[in-house]
Write a protein that binds this ligand. Sequence first.
Ligand code: SF4
Length: 446
Amino acid sequence: MALSGVEIFKLLPKTNCKKCGQPTCLAFAMKLAQRQATLDLCPDVSEEAKQKLGEASAPPVRPITLGAGDKATKMGEETVLFRHDKKFVNPCIFALEVKDTLSEAEITALCDQVVSSEMDRVGQKLRIDGIMLSNASGDAAKLETAAKTVAAKAAAVAVIINTTNPQAAETAVKLFAGKKPLVFGANASNLEAMATVAKNNKAALGISAAGLEELSVLTEKAKGFGVEDLVLDSGAQTAKAIIENNTLIRRAAIKKNFKPLGYPVISFAQRGDSLLEALVASVCIAKYSSIVVLSSIEKWKNLALFTLRQNIYTDPQVPMQVEQKIYNIGDPKPDSPLFVTTNFSLTYFIVSGEIENSKASCRLAVMDSEGLSVLTAWAAGKFTAGKIAQFIIDSGIEKEVANKELIIPGYVAILSGSLEEKLPGWKITVGPREANAIPAFLKSRA
Ligand code: SF4
C-alpha cells in the first residue's frame, strides 16, 4: 500500500536541512506522498528508509522503455485513473503487426511504412512506434528470416517478438540486442522458458492469460524467474472485454496498489475492417492500453489515432504553448502584413497554417499568454491592449516594418482603440475572427 505523508515523514532524517529543495522534511514527505518528488533528492535518507520508501514511492504501473536511441518509447508509470485527476504520463505505443508468412518484399514495405509514418502535429512528432513480428507460420526459421529483415529495415523502432515458442523467440530476439525488445507469448505452459529468454536477452516479457486471476499469478512467477519488466495481456479480444479488463487492471494497480497487476497492458485492435479497427484502437487508447497493435497503416487512421492519443496524454493543467517571438512565414519584406496572436499551440499552428495557405509572406507576432487561446487570454487579462503594445515595443519589430500596421484577431476587435492609443504611430487593423478566413482577408488587401 502507498504510504501517507506522515508515515513517510517518520522515515526521513527530520533535520530540515533543505538539501532536497523543500523547507522541511514534512514538506518533502508530502511531496513524496503526492508523487511530486523522488526520494533521491534527499541525500541523507537511511538505507532502511530507502528500502521501505523505494517500494512505496514507485509508480503503481511500472515504467518500461522499449527500443533504444531517439525512437525509444517509454510506457507505464501511470498514477491516476482519470486524466483530470492529474495527467496520463506516457502515451501508448502503436505497433504494426507484421507476420512472418509475408514475403521479404512485403515485410520490407511494411517496415518502410512504419519508419516513414512520422508526422508533425502542433509541434510534436507523432509516429507508429513499433513493429510486432508475429510467428504466424509456426516455423522458427521463418521467424528468424523475417526478424533479420525487420532488424535491417526498421532498426530504430521498438520491436515485439510474438511467439509462444521459446527457441524461436531466442533466435529472433538476439537480432535486437541492446534495443530492449519485448518478447511476447509467455503463458502458463511456457513461462519459465520464455522468462529465461527475456532475462538472458535483457528484453521485456509479455504474458498472456485467460483472466486476471491467472495473470496475477503468472506475473509473480515471472518475477521469481528474475524478469521485472512485464507487459500484460488479459486475453481480452472484444472492445467490451478490453474496457472491462483494462479498467480492472488499472484500478487494482492504482487504487489497491496491487503489484501483480502493476504493469503496462497490451491490447489487440486488429480487425478486418479499417474503420472498426480505428474504433477499437480508440477504445484501447482511452482505456489504459500501453501498447495497441494494429493490422495496417493508413494515413487517415494514423491521423485520427495520433490526435486522440495526443489529446488524452496532454497534461490538462498545462496548456500547450509555443515560444513568444515574431515568426516569419514565407519571406516577409518591410511592407508585409504583421499579425498578432497568442501562444496557445493550437492557435499558433492554425493561424500560421492559414497564412501559409494564403501563399503571402507575413510576420506573426506570437505573444506569451500562458498558453491560452485568444478569447480566453483576453478574458483572463493576459491579452490586453497594454500587454500587446508592450510586447510589440519590446520586440523591436518597429524597425523592420515599413508601414507600422498591426492586424489583431477579430475576436478582440474591442482592443483596437486602446491599442492605437498605446502604440502611437501604428495603424491597428481588425483581422478575421476565424483563422480560416485569413487567406480571403489577405487576398482582399492585395
Ligand atoms: S534533504 Fe532530507 S533531511 Fe534535509 S530537509 Fe529534505 S528530507 Fe529532510
